[in-house]
Ligand binder design. Structure first.
Ligand code: PLP
Length: 405
């Protein structure tokens, strides 16, 4: 079964290898341009003034992601924090935040305050929120986006690249560019912000040039499985400064913030990220093909274009989801003896089960799987540091799920 799937996927794998090669070259070029040397890997202390390692890493991020400026910090605790910092830094009472791609990722619900008056939420601070639903096929509704933009002229428009916990397709860079062009046309003052989580290095170009600001997590794609914590924010110079002022304090901005975690891991993680993303994508394709052949619905299907590393597999019920996640957990290098169950998680509306037998806590560029407790019962699998590991897990999934259905 495994061998047949791999054979059927040969051409897809070859295409993805091309993408990884192009991205590796782009990253290497930035490392050469900024003359990375090992004195930049030393940690800094205290205020972190004149932290040359931090500054160099941020310049490289900006270059690799086609942005003017970047903040890459361990003080940004997660992807959610990175996005939240951008929203709170830029939105004022009376402003409107408009989501252009349906409901944003689960953890943003609390930040926005969508589900009632949540302490400290955007809504509580007097910032209004609206969203434009996706079409039935889960694509951006371009005519509706144009109409609403022209009418309400929001201060900030949010785009989400990855599918998140949903069955909609991830947005490719061309679609992000198309949406951004619509915003520029119909509401030129609006800040275009992209949630770039899980999208990095899945295509040969990054969407940084098309948007004003974007954010993501270092324990996903760009950390390459090596960065031990942190988040990044990239974008236009003036905007990144505003977010930095919010993250530290007005006037302190980006000048402070010691590199307390290993800078080398962040440099090295970015360097290997194109390859690690390739491993994850190949693993996702293999699982997609195996389950599709066995009659399951998968998102995306194996022959579809990919723009994130997430693979959804629709299972029959919550028990099958739990077993699926357990197979991933039991075949992980860390915590493989653990028995999983559904539990509430901070920031998430529904209970979730998470398989994360990872070296870095919660790292989802490492092979991991999560599923919210809601219908349809979909397990979202992502990551994989080596294709070989993905392959072992795929074989176990065949054994424990497909052959026992
Ligand atoms: C993971 C993710 C986030 C939030 O990231 P955390 O680091 O888990 O806080 C936001 N948006 C999307 C689409 C994500 O995949």
């Amino acid at each position: 079964m495994l061998k047949n799937s791999e054979k059927a996927l040969q051409n897809r794998f070859a295409d993805l290898e091309e993408v990884a090669c192009a991205n590796q070259a782009r990253v290497l070029k930035a490392f050469k341009e900024y003359q990375v040397n090992d004195s930049l890997f030393a940690p800094s202390t205290g205020y972190g003034y004149n932290d040359r390692g931090r500054e160099c890493l941020e310049q490289i991020y900006a270059r690799v992601f086609s942005c003017q400026e970047a903040l890459v910090r361990s003080q940004i605790v997660s992807g959610t924090h990175a996005i939240s910092a951008c929203l709170f830094a830029l939105l004022r009472p009376g402003d409107i935040l408009l989501s252009l791609t349906g409901s944003p990722y689960d953890t943003l619900t609390t930040i926005i305050g969508k589900n009632g008056s949540v302490r400290g939420s955007l809504l509580q601070k007097g910032i209004a929120y609206q969203e434009i639903a996706l079409t039935e096929e889960g694509r951006p509704d371009f005519p509706e986006i144009a109409g609403v933009l022209a009418k309400i002229r929001p201060r900030l428009a949010l785009i989400q690249r990855s599918r998140g916990y949903s069955t909609r397709p991830a947005l490719d860079v061309a679609s992000i560019e198309k949406i951004a062009a619509l915003v520029k046309e119909h509401s030129p003052q609006t800040v275009i912000m992209l949630d770039n989580c899980y999208g990095e290095f899945t295509e040969v170009v990054e969407p940084g040039g098309a948007v004003d600001l974007m954010a993501g997590s270092l324990i996903k794609n760009p950390g390459g499985g090596l960065a031990p914590a942190g988040g990044y924010i990239c974008g236009k110079e003036g905007l990144v400064e505003q977010v930095a002022d919010h993250l530290t304090a007005p006037g302190l901005g980006r000048e402070l913030g010691a590199s307390l975690i290993s800078s080398r891991s962040c440099f090295q993680g970015l360097f290997v990220a194109p390859h690690v993303v390739l491993q994850a994508l190949k693993g996702a394709l293999l699982v997609a093909h195996l389950f599709q052949q066995a009659g399951y619905r998968v998102y995306p299907s194996w022959d579809e274009q990919r723009a994130d590393i997430v693979q959804g597999v629709e299972l029959r019920d919550q028990d099958e989801v739990l077993r699926f996640c357990q197979v991933v957990q039991s075949n992980s290098p860390v915590d493989n003896h653990i028995t999983l169950e559904y539990a509430p998680m901070p920031g998430y509306e529904h209970q979730v089960v998470m398989a994360a037998g990872t070296f870095i806590q919660g790292s989802s560029i490492e092979l991991s799987c999560d599923a919210p407790l809601r219908s349809p019962y979909i397990a979202y699998l992502q990551g994989g540091l080596t294709y070989e590991h993905c392959r072992i897990v795929a074989a176990a999934l065949v054994e424990e799920i497909i052959l026992k259905q």
